[in-house]
Every structure is written in structure tokens, then in C-alpha cells.
Ligand binder design. Structure first.
Ligand SMILES: [Zn+2]
Length: 328
């Protein structure tokens, strides 16, 4: 109870009292979740459940992942093994292309979409040759196809290379307040909405899904922080309310690289095989979030009353010793 009262006191935004707020975790079912993914899932779950709010799981499988059912089942099994539950059916992006297409149609009807015929190499060369959008994120699209003449566009269409669709942005600066890292702002470029193989782009799908699913509370890895101004702009263009964001620092190996398979046993299954229980994993996650003492045995439910998003560590997390390869 003490924790709940304490949390209420630090709330700044009155909208956080809204009983309809909803959180989510949205992994890509490309393999088993590693410790970093699981740690993010725990924070996303705590963020929702600390306020007794719904928590959704969405599979981000736009690329129609190989062996998706197997990976999805393993990811859900591992979340359940850590005590994470979710509400409703798991949603899959691969089954929602019509929704993304409808959003692109709305943007196109407003004159905010154009065809881009550039290859990756052409974009790279153009970035080197010209100054790109002054405030855009690194690698910003330089706008090569933005204002093609009718004849130039016809010529490129005739070349047979199918175009990608890009958003015609205002190159503005977009602001948001991250619940962990504070006020953020960043520029946007004319990013891709639909790739030239017809697959909707992540930056579009994530905004459409969070909007349609009523997600108001996004917790995700801070590798997505630089993309968030794009999402905020797209939300404004589509009339979607910007959710509250919390970008969690990622887990790194002792070699300074982002945690990956090459670091050794990083999934619940691999760790179990190495003699590390899911209880020990939960204990590490709790202490790495400064919600449990080192070595303290905790269930995720024990952390609900201790959770305060503003008090989470803002630095990267180092992988625990039990991840290291035995022979390393
Ligand atoms: Zn182009």
C-alpha cells in the first residue's frame, strides 16, 4: 500500500489516472527472447500492472518470419515462466497488412506520400554527395525522389524497379517526454511507409497498431529512441494520441557490445541447460532494475508495489556473470 501511495504522489500527468490506459510488449518472433528482451518485457508488464491496467502482447512479424509459430510459442512460454501474463489474444502484424494499407491510403489522400525509386546504394551516395535534411536522424533520406518531375517519375517507373512509398514530412522537430530519460526532441526525415517489396514499414505499423489497440503506455528498448520523433509526427498526421514512452537502456556484454547470442547462454532455455533457473534470472532482472537486492529471490508480482518508472536506472545494464560462456 505504501508503494501505491508513493507512486500516486509522483504522478505528474492527470491522464495517468485514466482507467483505460493500456501497456504492451511487442517482440519480433525471430528466435527466443534473450535476457535483454525479457528485462524489457518485465518493465513493460510492471508499468501496466502497477496501475492494474491491461497488458497486451503483439508479435512484430512484418517480414513473415520463418518458423514464426515455434518462436512465438517459445517467447510466450518464457514470458509465462517469469510470471508475466497478458490480456486478450496475441496480435500479429503479419495479419494486419490491410490496416497499414488503409493508413497509407489516408496519408496519400492528404498528399503526404510519394514514390521512391532509390536503391540503398543510391541513397548512400546521395547522402555523401549532398547535405541531407538539416535536423533529420542519422542516415536521413536526402529527398532524391521527393519532387521528381512527372517525366522523371515516368522514366523511373518504366525502368521496372517497384517503388517504395515515403512520407512527405515537414522536416520539423518533434518533442516528447520520456518517463525515464526526460524531455526529448528530434528531427524527422521522409521515412519509408511501405518497402518496395510491398511490406509495410515498422515505423508505420508500430504507430497504427499502438493507435488501434489503444496502447497508451509504451515501454521498449532505447535503441528506438531516435525513431520516436517519427512516430510522434505520424501520430499527429493520423490523429492518434501520442502514448507515454519509456525507453529502457539495453543490456550489454562485458565486451561493450549489445547482448547477443555470441555472449553465451542468454535465453531462459540455454540458461536452464547451464543450470540457471528462471528464479535466478528473475532475481537478476529485479536487481538490475534496482527493484530487488542482489541475490534476493523475488517473483515479478513482488515488484509491482516497488515499481516507480522514474526511479529505474538510466545507465546500460551489464549482463550477469551467469551469461558468460563457461570456456570464456
Ligand atoms: Zn528515392
Amino acid at each position: 500500500m505504501q508503494g501505491a501511495l508513493g507512486r500516486r504522489r509522483v504522478r505528474r500527468c492527470p491522464a495517468r489516472h485514466d482507467v483505460h490506459m493500456t501497456g504492451r510488449f511487442a517482440p519480433s518472433p525471430t528466435g527466443e527472447l534473450h535476457l535483454g528482451n525479457l528485462r524489457t518485457a518485465v518493465v513493460a508488464w510492471l508499468s501496466a500492472r502497477a496501475d492494474r491496467r491491461p497488458f497486451l502482447v503483439r508479435m512484430e512479424d512484418l517480414d513473415r518470419v520463418q518458423a514464426r509459430p515455434k518462436h512465438e510459442a517459445a517467447q510466450l512460454r518464457d514470458m509465462a515462466a517469469l510470471g508475466l501474463d497478458w490480456d486478450g489474444d496475441v496480435v500479429r502484424q503479419s495479419e494486419r497488412f490491410d490496416l497499414y494499407d488503409a493508413a497509407i491510403d489516408r496519408l496519400a489522400a492528404a498528399g503526404s506520400v510519394y514514390e521512391c525509386f532509390c536503391s540503398r546504394r543510391e541513397i548512400r551516395n546521395d547522402i555523401e554527395a549532398a547535405s541531407s535534411a538539416p535536423h533529420g536522424p542519422p542516415g536521413s533520406y536526402p529527398g532524391t525522389c521527393r519532387d521528381l518531375s512527372l517525366s522523371a517519375r515516368a522514366a523511373r517507373r518504366a525502368s521496372g524497379r517497384p517503388p517504395a512509398l515515403r512520407l512527405r514530412t515537414d522536416h520539423g522537430i518533434y518533442d516528447f517526454v520520456d518517463r525515464l530519460v526526460g524531455p526529448q526532441s528530434g528531427g524527422v526525415d521522409d521515412f519509408v511507409l511501405r518497402r518496395n517489396d510491398g511490406v509495410p514499414a515498422y515505423n508505420l505499423a508500430v504507430v497504427v497498431d499502438d493507435g488501434l489497440q489503444g496502447v497508451t503506455d509504451v515501454v521498449r528498448g532505447d535503441d528506438l529512441l531516435p525513431s520516436t520523433p517519427r512516430h510522434v509526427m505520424l501520430q499527429q498526421m493520423l490523429g492518434i494520441e501520442t502514448p507515454s514512452y519509456l525507453h529502457l537502456p539495453l543490456v550489454f556484454g562485458r565486451d561493450g557490445e549489445r547482448l547477443a547470442k555470441s555472449h553465451g547462454a542468454t535465453t531462459l532455455g540455454e540458461l536452464r541447460d547451464a543450470g540457471v533457473s528462471s528464479t535466478a534470472v528473475m532475481s537478476w532482472i529485479g536487481s538490475s532494475l534496482e527493484l530487488a537486492a542482489p541475490g534476493e529471490t523475488v517473483a515479478v508480482g513482488d515488484l509491482v508495489d516497488r515499481f516507480d518508472p522514474a526511479a529505474l536506472p538510466r545507465d546500460i545494464a551489464l549482463a550477469p556473470d551467469f551469461v558468460l560462456r563457461p570456456e570464456a
